[in-house]
Design a binder for this molecule. Structure first.
Ligand code: FAD
Length: 385
């Protein structure tokens, strides 16, 4: 054990899992508190860029993730109505050769399982919904909805867009509804086989104000997934998502290409999610508490890099704790923010604008990034330390 200092991580999502594994592997004491009673395999896919596969290499899970994922050779963008190709962004072998790791698409639940696998069962405590967190100056005291209490030296808020840790640092403020929803559905390979159509590995169908992103979520290509972005003026449900329907989808994508119509027809369960956002936060840490991922910089998901940014945050935070030393945690947290804010904000802006890879642009600044190779910037001078 490198240090007797105790890290508490609030939230065992993809960002929380990454920071817990990396802290543990670096020799720190870490306990994760997760509000959910357990995780289930919810119907959603996720892209993981080479920028994050390089972090998975450090975590020892790159090969596992690679084996279970789909490896698209291209990200295609096509006109939703005419089917005309707007861009063909090379991935596959090109990503391995030029970005130093694979670009994959995978089921989110399967990925989450693998990310949590380096942790022992006692490292993650489920059914622990954080209610309050108090920094006494010497330590941090957390209370949970079940009436229990826990103490740690540091708290990492990886508790998503409605973060309690963010609320403690900055006050209560609801995230803003962006005016867009995302429909999500998983389609089995058997359903796809009924159509004499070419279902491409990774494709985004676009029109002026909406889109549908589609890709495989397994290496076997037996599960296909779509996620949309569609304007909807208001969101009034208190739920995280609601049921949608084929009729609603047909209306939203009326006039779209026959492949899109086939996907709607082949859908079984379709859900609809509000896309929410926050303005950039004035601080990412204070004394013994620090934020990462959606707790810190939520974004519309249109660049498919939101979770990737949470995982990059996790890796940079652990790198900075190691660099500054855990006893100088304020310097470590300032170093972390200085080395994340520019990149995370650029991704947040690009993602919110929904322009990513619509045309034949070069994604090297995002996919080619190697967090462990990047020189560290000094938090005060902004220069390379
Ligand atoms: P979360 O994943 O939200 O995890 C937070 C965790 O904290 C949860 O487990 C939650 O239960 C727990 N928690 C919350 N409050 C408490 C509490 N009080 N006490 C204890 N635990 C608590 N990103 C990509 O990189 N690629 C994609 O392809 C992609 N597609 C997306 C598609 C859609 C439709 C959406 C909405 C998002 C997408 N994203 C994608 C973004 C990505 O899902 C998020 O950015 C990512 O999940 C953020 O991870 P996180 O760990 O910060 O937060």
């Amino acid at each position: 054990m490198k240090s007797e200092k105790r890290f508490a991580v609030i939230g065992a999502g993809l960002g929380g899992a990454a920071v817990a594994v990396l802290l543990k592997q670096a020799g720190y004491q870490v306990t994760v508190y997760e509000q959910a009673p357990e995780f289930s395999r919810l119907g959603a896919g996720i892209h993981i860029g080479p920028n994050v596969m390089k972090i998975f290499r450090r975590m020892g899970i790159e090969e596992k993730v690679s084996l279970m994922s789909s490896h698209p050779d291209f990200w295609f963008s096509r006109d939703g109505e005419t089917g005309e190709y707007m861009s063909r962004i090379p991935l596959g072998q090109y990503a391995l050769d030029n970005y130093g790791a694979a670009y994959v698409t995978v089921h989110r639940g399967d990925l989450h399982d693998v990310m949590l696998s380096p942790l022992d069962s006692q490292d993650v405590i489920f059914n622990k919904s954080l209610v309050t967190v108090e920094d006494t100056g010497d330590e941090v005291i957390m209370t949970f909805a079940d009436g229990t209490e826990a103490k740690a030296d540091f708290v990492i808020g990886a508790d998503g867009i409605n973060s309690k840790v963010r609320e403690t640092l900055l006050g209560k403020e609801e995230p803003t509804y962006s005016g867009w929803v995302a429909h999500r559905a998983l389609i089995t390979g058997e359903q796809l086989a009924k159509y004499d159509l070419n279902f491409e590995d990774c494709i985004k169908w676009w029109s002026e104000d909406r889109h549908m992103m589609v890709y495989f979520t397994t290496g076997r290509r037996d599960e296909y997934y779509y996620v949309t972005g569609v304007p909807e003026a208001e969101w009034n449900s208190p739920k995280a998502f609601v049921d949608s329907s084929k009729d609603e989808m047909r209306e939203a994508f009326s006039g779209y290409h026959e492949t899109v119509q086939a996907l709607i027809n082949a859908s079984d369960t379709i859900t609809k999610w509000p896309l929410k956002n926050r303005n950039p936060l004035p601080l990412w840490s204070q004394n013994r508490m620090v934020l990462l991922g959606d707790a810190c910089h939520p974004m519309k998901p249109h660049m498919a890099q939101g979770a990737c940014m949470a995982i990059e945050d996790a890796a940079m935070l652990v790198r900075c704790v190691d660099e500054a030393g855990v006893t100088d945690y304020e310097t470590a947290f300032a170093l972390y923010e200085a080395n994340r804010i520019e990149r995370a904000s650029r991704v947040q802006r690009t993602s919110n604008a929904n322009t990513w890879l619509r045309t034949q642009e070069d994604p090297a600044w995002c996919f080619g990034y190697d967090l462990y190779d990047a020189p560290l910037k000094d938090p005060i001078k902004g220069e390379v330390a």
